[in-house]
Design a protein around this ligand. Structure first.
Ligand code: SF4
Length: 268
């Protein structure tokens, strides 16, 4: 191999490495070269993300990688709920009635992730129990599952006032708990309902329309992005594409006889 192709191979390898780190949330790296006398005996820790006070609450790459490391110690859903406690880590705590942690089968093969609790969820401390939640329950049933078979949660655990979209500092602070929940459950498939969930799980700014209809990866889990049920309530035209996405999920999971399929059309 000549010098030119060797250099090209190294650069290609570096590019692939940084692209994979970018997917995991890396925004920048600090390059520093220690002076000879400052070189540590142990190997240097890899530079990760610039850390300042503003980023203290943002999940670090090491933690995100740890989520993908199947040999790392898992914590249970109960331990994660305990860790959240009576959380005041972001400003949403000022307006919430209840923390909505999530519910369902702790060993679920399928997890649905929404963006945040609404009014009814905030009152009942349960995810997806309002109108959009009832529609989600119908979708789950049409797929051939019971609600108790799957796990349902949100990116932020407290209701944004007036059901507004959670702001980046709120998702950035709270999503660490979602990542831990996903690690504890270790599902085969994660369905991201809406762009907030998709952007948080996949660390992307891509539009929902470009993400849906195909699988993405999160550790060993496959990720399907689709419309939030609340969007279906506003625009019934989203029903068909959502059901197309769920059929891809059902096929992947070997669930070919969902109610919706056997009747030839969606039942929600
Ligand atoms: Fe804490 Fe999450 Fe609620 Fe913010 S949204 S207060 S981080 S539990």
């Amino acid at each position: 191999m000549n010098l030119h192709s060797e250099l090209k191979e190294i650069l290609d390898e570096l590019r692939r490495y940084f692209e994979s780190q970018k997917i995991l949330g890396l925004e920048s790296v600090v390059l520093s070269y220690p002076r000879e006398e400052e070189k540590p005996k142990a190997p240097m820790k890899q530079p990760t993300r610039i850390q300042d006070d503003k980023e203290k609450s943002v999940i670090k790459i090491e933690e995100q990688l740890d989520i993908f490391d199947q040999s790392a110690k898992k914590i249970t859903l109960e331990e994660i709920r305990e860790e959240i406690g009576d959380c005041t880590r972001c400003k949403l705590h000022q307006v919430r009635t209840n923390i909505v942690f999530g519910e369902g089968n702790p060993k679920a093969r399928l997890v649905f992730v929404g963006e945040g609790p609404g009014e009814e969820e905030d009152k009942q401390a349960r995810p997806f129990v309002g109108r959009a939640g009832q529609l989600l329950t119908k979708i789950i049933t049409a797929m051939g599952f019971k609600r108790s078979d799957v796990y349902i949660c949100n990116v932020v655990k407290c209701r944004p006032p007036g059901n507004r979209t959670p702001e980046p500092d709120e998702t950035g602070t709270c999503e660490q708990f979602l990542f831990k929940q996903l690690r504890a459950i270790n599902p085969e498939v994660i369905v991201c309902l809406g762009s907030v969930a998709a952007q948080s799980v996949l660390k992307t700014k891509e539009r929902l329309g470009n993400l849906r209809g195909k699988f993405h990866s999160y550790g060993r889990s496959k990720v399907m992005v689709t419309y939030h049920p609340a969007a279906l309530l506003r625009n019934p035209g989203f029903k068909k594409p959502l059901w197309d996405d769920m059929q891809i999920v059902m096929k992947e999971m070997g669930v070919s006889k969902g109610v919706g399929v056997s009747k030839g059309k969606e039942q929600f």
